[in-house]
Design a protein around this ligand. Structure first.
Ligand SMILES: [Zn+2]
Length: 224
């Protein structure tokens, strides 16, 4: 597994890249936190093993799979459909963010069986691992009593630094690209965002939705 450093930077890139496309929560930090949790969520499979004395016992099982990404995407999309009235865009993005974890794990140097991840389970239960490892293996104990201490080593520090160097440019790239894009057409993006908020509010209230966007894309005229 890459450490949370790599997964969280991937989450940031996905979140920033889709910031103007979909609205999740009211505050940007809440949305970012949601994406960070999603991208790290598959490693929750350490927990049952940890409680039984061996954190690695269930690691890289079905929780690291396509099926799990689809299931999480469905639950997430059902929640956001209630909030914002759309399903498939939320399903796609939530499932993709969860699945980003598996892709990073696929590029990880895995030193412990089962090697790799079940990228396509339940369609196919083969474990896949990239022949070229981008991320170095994390040293961790198989004993719950020494698990957390075992993570804080110099080796794992270099692993984290490598993840930062590999994923940092991607995260920074999406940030600066968005900043540049917004600086080119600030008025249009603000107007369209206002239109979207009004549209979503009308849908939430159950009112019939008629939105007219004028030629200059400045006016909104709800009809009755
Ligand atoms: Zn993982």
């Amino acid at each position: 597994m890459p450490l949370p450093v790599g997964h969280t930077l991937a989450a940031y890139a996905i979140c920033e890249g889709n910031r103007d496309r979909l609205r999740f929560f009211d505050k940007p930090w809440q949305t970012l936190l949601f994406f960070a949790v999603l991208a790290n969520l598959p490693d929750i499979d350490f927990l049952p093993g940890f409680l039984l004395g061996n954190p690695n016992r269930f690691h890289h099982g079905f929780v690291h799979s396509l099926g799990a990404a689809v299931a999480v995407g469905l639950f997430g999309a059902l929640y956001f459909r209630r909030r914002h009235g759309r399903f498939w865009p939320y399903f796609g993005l939530i499932a993709a963010t969860y699945y980003s974890h598996l892709i990073l794990d696929f590029f990880n140097q895995d030193m412990r069986a089962p090697y790799g991840v079940m990228l396509f389970w339940p369609l196919d239960s083969t474990y896949y691992m990239s022949p070229v490892a981008l991320f170095a293996s994390v040293h961790k104990s198989s004993d719950s009593s020494t698990f957390f201490q075992s993570l804080f080593t110099m080796h794992n520090f270099w692993v984290a630094l490598r993840e930062l160097l590999l994923m940092g440019p991607l995260a920074a790239g999406t940030y600066f690209y968005n900043k540049w894009r917004r600086s080119r057409s600030p008025r249009k993006s603000v107007t369209l965002r206002l239109a979207k908020v009004k549209y979503l509010r009308q849908r939430a209230e159950g009112a019939p939705v008629y939105v007219e966007v004028s030629e200059t894309r400045k006016k909104l005229k709800p009809k009755r």
